[in-house]
Design a protein around this ligand. Structure first.
Ligand code: HEC
Ligand code: HEC
Length: 299
């Protein structure tokens, strides 16, 4: 008996050492870096800098980028993010103005494309989970964002401010090493569905463009960015969120369930909710869906 206990003790000791060693390894390693493998057709990408792309990109950015990257004076110089759940510690977004040293002025279109899709920069550093990746977005929409990033919009004019300090804590480092990995580049061109096909177009807007499922499923840690419907509790809510009143709430169930979801809402109520944040109940969505100007048909 004594011997069994002794062996058990040694095993537990070894296990504790192993876990401790692993934790120390993650803490020291920090956010991982990866091999960069930009295919030639991406490396040579040149997005047309035309006004239709820039206008569409600007609208998409209003929806998806500005809230996080906008500093107090309205320029996109990054900031310490105020609404990050406390479990993730202190995190900051970066300067994405045209400055060639402190911003993204020196990035090529291909490097931006690779980063927005995969989360990996040209030097191999990986943007942790709170910088969203866009693996399912249509190519034309990514191009619009890139055209906008390189446009002469005042909020993006070159600004030499340093990136605010980013202090990923152990949980973020753990997630960035073990749970979230760089996402693959799409194998073929992704097109924007025809707007007259309401279901396909709606699915595109919700799952690929706005990633509504990320906030409105069970947890960021169990969402599936490549196959959204495999996310735990897909659209069933429950993900802890800071709402517009700055309270921590479980995100709303927006499935068509009549009791727990929004199955009893009229189309107009849904429209008012996502466009103006006006709902029959108390929930006000953080993001607002604006009409995104269409691109001219290309041959
Ligand atoms: C939820 C907040 C959030 C949103 C939304 C967001 N970002 Fe970011 N972004 C970040 C953070 C945080 C970083 C820094 C990541 C890091 O630590 O590596 C970052 C980094 C970047 C970088 C790299 C900058 C550099 O110098 O390395 C680019 C480019 C970028 N974001 C563009 C965008 C664009 C374009 C959008 C919208 C399509 C967007 N971001 C939306 C938080 C956000
Ligand atoms: C960044 C996180 C986030 C994203 C992305 C997001 N939402 Fe929300 N949404 C919230 C929060 C927070 C609330 C308010 C608290 C709550 O009720 O969930 C909310 C509320 C709602 C409500 C009101 C629910 C109710 O019962 O009152 C609807 C409808 C809604 N969102 C739809 C959407 C749609 C559609 C999208 C995508 C176009 C979307 N949301 C994207 C965070 C998000």
């Amino acid at each position: 008996m004594k011997r069994v206990l002794k062996i058990l003790g040694i095993l537990i000791g070894l296990l504790a050492l192993g876990i401790g060693g692993f934790a120390a390894y993650i803490a020291l390693k920090g956010i991982p870096t990866y091999d960069v493998n930009i295919p030639p057709e991406v490396a040579s990408l040149k997005v047309p800098q035309d006004s239709a792309y820039v206008a569409r990109g600007a609208k998409i950015a209003t929806l998806l980028c500005n809230e996080c990257h906008r500093g107090a004076d309205g320029k996109l110089t990054g900031k310490v993010l105020p609404d990050i759940p406390v479990e993730f510690g202190t995190l900051a977004s970066y300067n994405i103005t045209q400055d060639k040293v402190h911003g993204i002025g020196a990035w090529t279109d291909g490097e931006l494309y690779y980063f927005l899709r995969t989360g990996v920069r040209k030097d191999g550093t990986y943007a942790p989970p709170y910088m969203p990746k866009f693996p399912l977005m249509a190519d034309e929409d990514i191009y619009s964002i890139i055209a906008w990033l390189h446009s002469d919009e005042p909020s993006l004019a070159a600004d030499t401010r340093e990136n605010p300090p980013n202090k990923p804590n152990f949980l973020v480092k753990f997630l960035a090493n073990m749970v979230f990995k760089p996402l693959p580049l799409p194998e073929k061109t992704i097109t924007i569905p025809d707007t007259t096909d309401q279901v396909a177009f709606g699915r595109y807007v919700a799952d690929a463009l706005c990633a509504c499922f990320g906030c409105h499923s069970a947890d960021f840690k169990t969402m599936n960015e490549l196959v959204p419907e495999k996310s735990e509790g897909f659209y069933g809510g429950g993900n802890p969120m800071i709402n517009m009143e700055r309270e921590l709430v479980p995100s709303a169930n927006i499935t068509m369930d009549k009791e727990t979801g929004i199955g009893n809402w009229t189309q107009q109520q849904f429209y008012d909710a996502v466009k103006f944040g006006k709902t029959p109940g108390a929930g006000r969505c953080i993001i607002r869906c604006f009409r995104i100007p269409p691109l001219p048909t290309r041959k």
